[in-house]
Design a protein around this ligand. Sequence first.
Ligand code: NDP
Length: 327
Amino acid sequence: MFKGILIEKDGSGYRASVNDLEDAQLPEGNVTVRVSHSTLNYKDGLAITGKAPVVRKFPMVPGIDLAGVVEESTHPDYKTGDSVVLNGWGVGEVHWGGLAQKARLNGDWLVPLPSAFTPGQAMAIGTAGYTAMLCVMALERHGVRPEDGEILVTGAAGGVGSVAVAVLAKLGFTVVAATGRPQDADYLKALGATEIVDRAQFSSPGKPLGKERWAGAVDVAGSHMLANVCATTKYRGVVTACGLAAGMDLPLTVAPFILRGVTLAGVDSVMCPRSDRLVAWQRLARDLDVARLGQISREVGLADAIALADSILKGEVRGRVVVDVNR
Ligand code: NDP
């Protein structure tokens, strides 16, 4: 028996609770992992509350991230005792996920735990942090350099935003943090932001083009925020879009693209190829101060993750939540 969060949907409704589960209930897979830590991401909040149809099979163990030690494996790359990390691939959506003490998975989805991190630290990064690194890599791939000017990070006090601010600052970029939480200005400055701006200035319908300011941007919000960020991006600047915290819509004109040559680069972490994941984790080991992870994250137990699911959707969670599944 092992403990895990189980989401059930039936005639009496949609509910998530901590349950005793049996190995025989685990899905098919060639690697069984003794999970030590998972996380609470925005998507896990959607899954646990049922506020969006993230879970597509029931019953489901949520948790798009996990870190732990291989207990059994028939996969050629993994053996008992190996430390591993998993992010995405539909885990916690269509395949039982990380918010449990055990998981059985396809070994192709795993990456070795980077030696720079403990399992808890890897989960302080989690999908949010690995996505932040994918955004940084996309900015670099499109040629954005520190000397080009300011980089705007939206949703800066959230999970993706906090890691993006810390990594970009360490790489020498001038980072401007857009947040709805002015009370977190000191936190964002400690992570390396040079200026804090109120996200309200981006949240209403704006003009097709505004004064050019950003050499690049990491946007987690979508909707008017992303539209206004594109409209105020400098000539040949690059905007990475990875989230929908403000909405799924994008009320935008083509003006930034055809008049200023702005690039809008989409970032997906779920199906991202393994080669890019390995690079992202290597880059995190190099370009993120481990000391920052203590500032960014806090640790909770399985039951607390259920309680916090609604808060993360309301934008009330600062930084990252690590879930110690044995607590
Ligand atoms: P968090 O909840 O930790 O952070 C989101 C932040 O967005 C909030 O903390 C808040 O920051 C800001 N925010 C909330 N509501 C609004 C709003 N109405 N308008 C503008 N900003 C708002 O979530 P994550 O950082 O984990 O994820 C952020 C987004 O990225 C989510 O939409 C998530 O689904 C997406 N995502 C996508 C991935 C991909 O593969 N493409 C992977 C990971 C995440 P503040 O208070 O500072 O303004």
